[in-house]
Design a protein around this ligand. Structure first.
Ligand code: TYC
Length: 94
């Protein structure tokens, strides 16, 4: 007897948006970015900012490819507008 072919729907890939630390971007600006672009409340924004500040990097959220790319672009554009070197990247989630 033949085995049934395995039918599996592949989940769409998800991407982590990761914020990176630097020595120049003001903490208050990073908190504003997390509140405005990632819709975090003030307490969570503060916590993630401090995590990035101490650990070097931190996850802002997990999204589909297009949304993650759009978040990264918004962060980088806002940072450049204010002449801050803040860096943000996306990484495929496992
Ligand atoms: N390290 C920065 C400072 O001391 C603050 C900072 C936090 C910068 C998080 C970037 O993603 C960052 N002003």
């Amino acid at each position: 007897m033949l085995a049934e072919p395995e039918v599996r729907t592949k989940r769409p890939p998800f991407f982590k948006v990761v914020l990176l630390n630097d020595d120049f971007t003001p903490m208050a600006f990073v908190i504003q970015v997390l509140e405005s672009i990632f819709r975090m409340d003030h307490e969570k924004a503060m916590r993630i900012m401090l995590e990035v500040h101490t650990a070097g990097r931190g996850i802002c959220g997990i999204y589909t490819r297009d949304i993650a790319a759009s978040k990264v672009e918004q962060v980088v554009n806002l940072a450049r507008e204010h002449q801050h070197p803040l860096a943000c990247v996306m990484e495929e989630a496992p």
